[in-house]
Write a protein that binds this ligand. Structure first.
Ligand SMILES: NC(=O)C1=CN([C@@H]2O[C@H](COP(=O)(O)OP(=O)(O)OC[C@H]3O[C@@H](n4cnc5c(N)ncnc54)[C@H](OP(=O)(O)O)[C@@H]3O)[C@@H](O)[C@H]2O)[C@@H](O)CC1
Ligand SMILES: Nc1ncnc2c1ncn2[C@@H]1O[C@H](COP(=O)(O)OP(=O)(O)O)[C@@H](O)[C@H]1O
Ligand SMILES: [K+]
Length: 499
């Protein structure tokens, strides 16, 4: 695992991994109650920072350690002079361990949660359930979520908004929608996967003092897609370079009425840094493509024999196949010929293998090439129906399973794009604005990945860096983004110092 993922800010730790970290911390002699105290104090500080003039802080405490953090926060808020009311879910007499100790230390009355009546100036501290949520949110808690939503009250969540599954980001029955979430040591998948991400508000990762080495030792290779993940593979270009050293990317065009998608990929590939980009076009689409291209070159490739001849040029080192290409045998034949080099298989290129996927997966395994597949949800479902249908798996786990099965790097698109390698390594992209969901946006992404592959980046880093640059391009473009505008706004790769 690269060092980048050892940086706590970039790590994602699943709830079971975090539980193991807790045990290791206790085993190494760290006082678990002092960790809870740090956690609760951090929540109290965040609440006071965000709502310095709140009329009342209402703390909801659950039956486990998340509730324990709530008792500590309530005590700290009270000590700071704030007006605090505390409502408990379940029998406080049944609290155990650190949570029981935090409850005792709070020392004031806990009101039963069903008695909570919203007041218009309330600020909610949600400490019902965190990483330990093991099933649907109890009915009583769901009802409170409804009351808080209806009253439109701001919520500060402890660890996770209660109701969000920390492993998957799914909503277990109902969940609070927080304006701010304070989590501890490292973010969890539920903070970055949808729909959970949309309910966390701003995310604060607070260091409660567990040594980083204990967290890193249990972390399983998941991270957030920050430049540190791939920067070491994107070193600045050699000033003595020439265009062939920056790689030669080829993008395959569809027929005369569906050429735009491939041209978008090609334009994005050039803009993203490939030295040369050639659009490979069937004969009948040559006129329309010729009429639209300038810096991108054009080559007539009608059939597999033409392609075989062209591939004798070993400088052609990366390919994008799929956008607007058409579904069928030609796509399959071409893709199978390209697996040995570096290939982005997208759109129709993926769908063409719906009934014949093992041919593709076997070829990828045998070829040793760098292959990235970029399915959106529908394409993922077509190629990996059994994985897509497994309701127990998170989006990260689905991408990991698909990567393992196909031997390719999988970039599973959406607002929470996941990039996974066959080894299990995976990152979640978090910089994409919603207006990236515009026609042709995926074609632009495929072109950026192609440019990275052409420059010699390994498939995982090429895909992760492309998702990030695509997101940045979206931000630079703004809400009115079209795919053409995204191409214009692809910025240079960040310098060494960016994180
Ligand atoms: N990470 C760290 O280093 C630190 C973490 N800390 C904090 O600990 C939190 C994790 O604590 P936790 O493990 O006690 O889990 P938590 O979310 O309180 O819930 C578990 C309880 O709820 C119950 N239960 C579960 N689901 C239920 C349901 N649907 N309906 C009803 N009951 C349900 C479950 O009972 P059971 O499933 O056994 O029946 C159990 O009693 C974490 O989020 C963070 O805030 C800090 O204190 C400092 C250090
Ligand atoms: N809500 C969203 N927020 C951020 N990015 C999104 C959202 N929805 C889609 N995207 C991104 O937009 C792109 C759409 O690609 P794709 O589905 O292939 O569309 P198209 O075929 O029109 O190009 C993907 O990169 C995807 O990750
Ligand atoms: K919570």
């Amino acid at each position: 695992m690269p060092n980048a993922l050892h940086d706590m800010r970039n790590l994602l730790v699943t709830p079971p991994e975090m539980q193991a970290v807790d045990k290791d911390a206790a085993g190494s002699g760290i006082d678990s109650f002092s960790l809870m105290r740090s956690a609760g104090m951090a929540v109290s500080a965040a609440a006071l920072r965000l709502f310095p003039s709140a009329a009342r802080f209402v703390v909801f405490c659950g039956p486990g350690n998340n509730g324990g953090d709530g008792y500590v926060a309530a005590a700290a808020l009270t000590a700071s002079g704030a007006n605090v009311a505390l409502y408990a879910l379940g029998d406080t007499g049944k609290l155990k361990g650190d949570a029981a100790r935090a409850h005792a230390a709070y020392g004031r009355e806990a009101i039963s949660i069903e008695l909570y009546e919203p007041q218009s100036q309330d600020v909610i501290i949600d400490a019902l359930f965190g990483a330990g949520l093991a099933r649907e949110l109890p009915d009583q808690a769901q009802e409170i979520v409804g009351r808080v939503d209806q009253a439109g009250l701001p919520v500060v969540a402890v660890d996770l908004p209660s109701g969000i599954d920390g492993r998957t980001g799914e909503i277990r029955g109902a969940s609070f929608t927080a304006v701010h979430t304070v989590t501890f040591m490292a973010a969890k998948p539920g903070h970055v996967l949808m729909p959970g991400r949309g309910r966390c508000g701003t995310l604060e990762v607070f260091d409660i003092g567990i040594p980083a080495r204990l967290v890193a030792a249990r972390a399983g290779g998941l991270g957030i897609n920050v430049p540190a993940v791939w920067r070491q593979c994107a070193a600045g270009l050699d000033p003595a370079t020439h265009k062939f050293k920056r790689g030669h990317l080829a993008v395959f065009s569809g027929g005369p009425t569906s050429t735009g998608a491939a041209r978008l990929s090609a334009a994005a590939g050039l803009r993203a840094g490939a030295g040369l980009v050639t659009l490979a076009s069937p004969t009948e689409a040559i006129p329309v493509n010729a009429a639209h291209l300038t810096a991108v070159m054009l080559k007539e490739i009608g059939n597999a024999a033409d392609l075989a001849e062209w591939l004798k040029d070993s400088r052609l080192n990366a390919f994008v196949l799929g956008p607007g290409f058409g579904i069928g045998e030609k796509a399959r034949d071409f893709a199978l010929m390209l697996c040995e080099r570096a290939l982005v298989l997208d759109a129709d290129g993926l769908t063409s293998f719906k009934e014949r996927r093992s041919e593709l997966f076997d070829r990828i395994a045998a070829s040793g090439g760098q292959v990235v597949m970029t399915p959106h949800e529908g394409e993922f479902q077509r190629l990996f129906p059994e994985i897509a249908a497994d309701g127990k798996l998170s989006k990260i786990e689905k991408a990991q399973a698909a990567a393992k099965l196909s031997h390719a790097v999988i970039l599973s698109k959406g607002p929470d794009t996941v990039i996974a390698a066959p080894s299990g390594r995976a990152v979640v992209n978090v910089n994409a604005p919603p207006w990236l969901a515009t026609a042709g946006s995926g074609d632009v992404l495929a072109g950026i990945i192609g440019a990275h592959l052409a420059q010699g980046m390994p498939a995982f880093e090429a895909a992760a860096a492309a998702a990030w640059r695509h997101g940045e391009a979206g931000r630079r473009t703004g809400r009115s983004a079209t795919a053409e505008m995204l191409v214009e706004n692809i910025a240079p790769l960040p310098e060494e110092s960016a994180s």
